[in-house]
Design a protein around this ligand. Sequence first.
Ligand SMILES: Nc1ncnc2c1ncn2[C@@H]1O[C@H](COP(=O)(O)OP(=O)(O)OP(=O)(O)O)[C@@H](O)[C@H]1O
Ligand SMILES: [Mg+2]
Length: 344
Amino acid sequence: MKKSVRYILNGLTLPVFVVDPNRKISFINKSAKLRYNEAYTGQLFSELITSKKCLDALESVLGGEPNATANIVLQEVVPTSFRVSLSRLDADSKPLPSCVLSFEDVSHIQEAEQMRHDFVANVSHELRSPLTALSGFVETLQGAAANDEIARKRFLEMMSNEADRMARLIGDLLSLSKLQASERVAPIDRIDLFKILTSVSSSLSGLATRNNIELNLNLSHSMPLVIGDSDELTQVFQNLIENAIKYSGTGSTVTVSFKPPKEGKSHLFISVEDSGEGIGPAQIPRLTERFYRVDKGRSRAQGGTGLGLAIVKHILIRHRGWLKISSQLGKGSIFAVYLPISKT
Ligand SMILES: Nc1ncnc2c1ncn2[C@@H]1O[C@H](COP(=O)(O)OP(=O)(O)OP(=O)(O)O)[C@@H](O)[C@H]1O
Ligand SMILES: [Mg+2]
């Protein structure tokens, strides 16, 4: 192979092999050497890659086909999906063609596709359950309960709850997609968190009383301003404080605190702490996934969509902040929000 061609192939980021008519590797580019450090020239290609799909495609190209492709999964450190593109290489001096194979790692595309698929399946499921309930109530009201005044009132109330849940779900989905679209643009307003936290807490004080929860604020009037978006930060603390009230169990204490940041720190943090039942270590990393709930039935019964913490995560990404969750089963949880301090 000409030196200039070697240069070009070595400059590619895709792993590339050339396999000769005897099925032996005659060239390995730099990227392939890094990825398959046990590969050497003169080795049978089938000793290195045993995937039948890839070897069949190689046979077809060495047999005369100009091109072929094969989608294969190789057991590397983790199973990795590759799209292998094969093309015939006719050299003037040789009677039989060789084959050039390039390996493109497509695992991230497949993962994204799988996530999209799971998301659509989850949304359909979440929308179908209130819809099924609504249709059931309509049927009962048209039939058995048509003239039952008490049942009608009760069913209409339940229908209204289900319709509210659907509306909330659609609202949350729209919020998420808007946030993702605007993630690259950080908000620029200077925000007084004291105002936001006192207003969110007072709007949730009724819920706390009904759940027999003591809601405490441990804040300071002289908190530094943060850079953010007032509505989005309200949404963050609304969800975190509401979660702490809803899921920590009756009789627990919920405390929203601010600690002055150390000199020179660029972020401050606000924690929402509860003395409830806590969350298991295996579940903590999954809490910000869309639709993930520790106890599905309990969340649904409280009217939750399972999107709250996913929205919190995306709002904080947009704010160039982050969320840290720590929890101990039987003791309680701390959700700490880190936000950039305004320098002006
Ligand atoms: N403080 C907490 N203590 C125990 N479990 C919690 C706490 N906060 C959240 N969780 C768990 O995390 C799950 C996900 O919370 P998230 O806010 O994303 O959804 P949700 O509250 O179920 O629905 P929504 O926020 O739409 O009302 C909850 O269903 C609950 O199981
Ligand atoms: Mg929530």
